[in-house]
Design a protein around this ligand. Structure first.
Ligand SMILES: Cc1ncc(COP(=O)(O)O)c(C=O)c1O
Length: 391
């Protein structure tokens, strides 16, 4: 087994890489996601600096954006609450001994969930009239905290402005609703010049004002760029909901996290498992989509779309070998990808390769793959070994 350096703990995803019962499991494929817990904590402090007056609901849904939900929650214990998509994630957190407030961002899917939701004190987002009808009809021996989601312009989840007054009245009349707070979500906060964010902010405050309850609008992009969206108004407690910036990644398409003072949390590495002397004209990989322009060495890296590396990454996507940027060549396959080693003549089998993270922003890889860093981080698959750093 590759030993975790001092100060690092080696973990596997649940159900993966389990020991045969006779000591440590074999090392197996070298692909590894190193999770820098110190960076996670530093990024949380960055949120506090940007939104000093607000409480922080750290968004750790989708397995902590691929970093491990329990791991992320433990490292982010200074957060004021956590936001997850549904009850399964919330229960996993309670099972891991996390006692923070937890908000279910899509609320409940069936009334059968309500007793457990109440038992664990989870708060629920209510985003549709159908949920209010079901709440009103449910047994009243629960005490639920509701975040009423208002659709101020994204047109995904939320009650329309004209429905808010009636929704409030009906929720307050529900015997099982103890408190009602208000939230909305921005459609275009990552576009610095888009007037929609200010319009959504103003509409939200006009609708929430005077109703009591806490308020919450800002995702990472709004925390960084739209301070008016997280300033408390009219005495209400204001909450921000950072996701991607906690993981050190920029929400803005044109700018990397480091430029925003954030530290990458996940570094995905593997190793060269073959270095081949290829001839001019040799085609590399499935579909023979790339040919060697001269006699040259091509490296094979143990990383592919079966690990979460994007198949859509094009020729020229940067990869670090011995700290040197080399271009990906040919199609990414399930378990492997190939790199042009002309810029790194001393590269050898066993060399570590950085696929994204420290030294190579995941945002840059995402741009080459025609996607966003969110998707790459969430897409890391269970067969990737996890190593914690800075715990
Ligand atoms: C309701 C809600 N709030 C906050 C966030 C966090 O967004 P970001 O990761 O862009 O900070 C998300 C993420 O999708 C979300 O759905």
């Amino acid at each position: 087994m590759r030993r975790a350096p001092r100060g690092e703990a080696e973990r596997h995803h649940p159900g993966e890489g389990a020991s045969s019962g006779s000591g440590t499991p074999p090392a197996g494929r070298p692909i590894t996601a190193t999770i820098d817990l110190g960076a996670l904590r530093a990024n949380l402090r960055a949120v506090r600096r940007h939104a000093p007056g607000a409480r922080i609901m750290a968004i750790i849904k989708a397995n902590g954006y691929g970093h491990g939900i329990e791991r992320a929650a433990a490292a982010l214990e200074e957060a004021d609450a956590f936001g997850v998509a549904g009850i399964d994630e919330a229960l996993a957190l309670r099972a891991a001994g996390i006692h923070h407030g937890i908000v279910l961002l899509e609320g409940f899917f069936s009334v059968d969930e309500l007793p457990l939701i109440a038992h664990h004190g989870f708060a629920i987002v209510v985003h549709h009239e159908a949920q209010i009808r079901r709440l009103a009809a449910a047994p009243t021996d629960h005490s639920l905290t509701v975040w009423l989601k208002i659709d101020t312009g994204m047109h995904r989840l939320g009650l329309r402005p004209h429905q808010v007054e009636a929704a409030c009245q009906r929720l307050r009349a529900c015997g099982n609703v103890a408190a009602v707070h208000f939230m909305t979500h921005f459609a275009c906060a990552d576009e610095r010049d888009n007037p929609l964010t200010r319009q959504q902010t103003d509409l939200f405050h006009a609708l929430a004002q005077g109703r009591g309850g806490d308020t919450s609008l800002a995702n990472s992009a709004a925390i960084l760029h739209w301070p008016a969206s997280h300033a408390a108004r009219g005495g209400a407690v204001s909450w921000v909901r950072p996701g991607i910036m906690l993981y050190g990644v920029s929400p803005f398409p044109e700018e990397d996290g480091a430029r925003l003072g954030l530290r990458p949390v996940m570094t995905l590495t593997s190793r060269l498992i073959a270095v081949n002397d290829c001839l001019r004209g040799d085609a590399i990989g499935y579909g023979a989509t790339w040919r060697c322009p001269e006699d040259m060495r091509v490296g094979v890296v143990a990383a592919g779309y079966g690990d979460g590396y994007p198949r859509g990454a094009v020729n020229g996507t940067p990869v670090l070998v011995r700290g040197e940027r080399v271009p990906l060549v040919g199609r990414v396959s399930m378990d492997m990808l190939c790199v042009d080693l002309r810029a790194c003549p001393e590269a050898a089998i066993g060399d570590e390769v950085v696929l994204w993270g420290g030294g190579l922003p995941v945002e840059e890889v995402a741009r080459h793959a025609g996607t966003i860093a969110y998707e790459l981080l969430c897409g890391v698959t269970p067969r990737v070994r996890i190593v914690e750093q800075g715990g």
